[in-house]
Ligand binder design. Structure first.
Ligand SMILES: *Cc1c(COP(=O)(O)O)cnc(C)c1O
Length: 497
């Protein structure tokens, strides 16, 4: 499989080049250039997670050998990195509803699935390119991505990882996860300011020609690990097949029966992987896109108008608080028959006016496959409480948004297809919200999130994931705090002296 940009179909790129570059030269996103062959067959429904992953990766990574793919996958998904041997276990929570738990990795959030394997894809791709400079990964994080990237890239040869987080913009647990990070090639730096300041600082470094030239001279190449990289999207296709295979092997459905997937959505990466799974032939009835109060996506899917001119809310599902979902550009390109001019037009309108509107034909294609609604914070808390009481299953706030929106879908569509909710974080990563939903919140005044983790575990009998339980005994290693304006100079000092 070769790749081109959503904004330019005349330049063809290999898979390894697409992964190394991340973003195409014209600001577009890399997408598969050839036809996507139907892959769905009985063979894909048996075998373990890693075998399935090798099968799917090899469809898309044309210039990687099978042994290269296999070694990347085995290094990413094993008993040391994931606490559950199934990697992404499927829990049934009621007759027709399941949760696919994507959070058994080293940081208890779904981003581990992609960020455990990306470093291996990236270093293999770098070897192929013949460029032997060290890769420097710069990441600005609002929480989950930073820790997940640190765990993925720690001690990977030929890579240095630097994570910047807003000093006051992450939760207590998220901050501890990052400041206690071990590894010889990791740097974690708090930035005085909010997430936007932090992200702007990283962008300035990427755009700073002087620094880039100096670093290149000294044998470094800067790159990012952000969610528009094809190397992050591809690993997410695997678990859609895995979950489907589970339903078949448990005898809950017959092979060929279509099912629904419900996806708590932010940057549109997770749900887009579901779309590609469908293109590979996986029988999917509907992809249900679940949004929180920042409901720009549900408005878009229902009306065809994408409008980011609206207030931004901090919700209880912070990893979905987003107004511009970058990966959507890939879906639009697939739906409009690979027309880069139309994509440029829409993206131009989005950056100039903050909005664009789909034509009727593209909208109806979008609505054939996608259904969408949103849940606000009250509904999210109520869903956590209801699901715990009725199904004895504890959801984190992101997955609860999914469950709530599934309820709205079923009330409207009367679907007899089983539904799988993609569960994106451990409930212990967001103990503040889960405890508030289940118990009288005044009992928990002044209790730290770390203490709450233990209380919640005692009350529910559910064990705390190992990586979170260990936090209280870990030493804080990273204490640097800098101003946004110091970021570039600080990086130079770190790498060049
Ligand atoms: C990143 C994230 C999401 C959103 O996923 P996208 O691929 O950005 O749509 C949802 N839930 C959690 C817990 C996340 O970390």
């Amino acid at each position: 499989m070769l790749y081109y940009s959503t904004r330019d179909i005349d330049n063809i790129s290999t898979a390894s080049n697409a992964i190394l570059k991340g973003l195409a030269h014209d600001g577009g996103l890399f997408v598969p250039a050839g036809t996507i062959n139907k892959l769905f067959n009985k063979k894909l429904l048996t075998g373990n997670y890693n075998e399935l992953a090798v099968n799917i990766f090899s469809q898309f990574l044309g210039d990687f050998s099978i042994p290269e793919i296999k070694s990347a996958i085995d290094a990413a998904y094993n008993e040391k990195t994931f606490e559950h041997q199934a990697i992404t276990p499927l829990s049934q929570i009621s007759e027709q509803t399941y949760c696919l738990e994507l959070w058994h990795g080293p940081t208890s959030a779904f981003k581990d699935i992609a960020l455990q394997v990306l470093p291996h894809l990236l270093t293999t791709a770098a070897l192929k390119s013949g460029d032997d400079r060290d890769i420097v990964i710069l990441t600005a994080t609002s929480g989950d991505t930073g820790k997940s990237a640190l765990e993925g890239f720690r001690d990977v040869k030929g890579v240095i990882i630097i994570v910047y987080f807003p000093e006051k913009g992450v939760s207590e647990i998220q901050k501890l996860q990052m400041t206690t990070q071990e590894g010889l090639n990791v740097h974690v730096i708090a930035v005085q300011g909010n997430f936007d300041d932090t992200q702007a600082g990283v962008k300035q470094i990427f755009n700073n020609k002087v620094i880039n030239a100096k670093l290149a001279n000294e044998g470094y190449r800067l790159t990012s690990a952000n969610s528009i990289n094809w190397g992050r999207l591809l690993p997410q296709i695997v678990y859609y097949f895995y979950a489907y295979g589970e339903l078949v092997s448990r005898g809950h459905i017959q092979a060929g029966k279509a099912i629904n997937f419900v996806v708590p959505t932010g940057n549109f990466g997770n749900i887009l992987a579901g779309y590609y799974a469908h293109r590979l032939g996986l029988p999917i009835n509907r992809l249900v896109c679940a949004a929180n109060r920042n409901n720009v996506l549900s408005d878009f899917i229902n009306s065809g108008q994408y409008n980011k001119n609206r207030p931004f809310y901090n919700s209880l599902s912070p990893s979905m608080d987003i107004l511009v979902s970058s990966n959507l550009e890939r879906l639009l390109f697939e739906l409009n028959g690979h027309d880069p001019d139309q994509i440029k037009n829409w993206m131009d309108q989005l950056s100039k006016e903050g909005l664009y509107r789909l034509d009727k034909e593209t909208l109806s294609k979008l609505q054939e496959m996608f259904w969408s609604d949103y849940a606000d914070d009250q509904e999210t808390l109520a869903t956590i409480a209801d699901t715990y009481r009725s199904n004895n299953y504890l959801l984190d706030p992101h997955s609860a948004v999914g469950k709530n929106v599934l309820g709205k879908y079923l009330a409207q569509e009367n679907s007899d297809h089983p539904s799988i909710i993609l569960s994106t974080a451990s409930p212990f990563k967001f103990t503040g919200s889960t405890s508030k939903a289940l118990y009288n919140s005044s009992d928990f005044m002044d209790i730290s999130e770390l203490e709450l983790m233990k209380t919640l575990s005692q009350k529910t009998g559910i064990p705390v994931p190992k990586n979170l339980a260990e936090l209280e005994n870990k030493a804080v290693i990273h204490r640097q705090v800098i101003a946004p304006l110091e970021m570039a100079e600080h990086l130079e000092k770190q790498l060049l002296t």
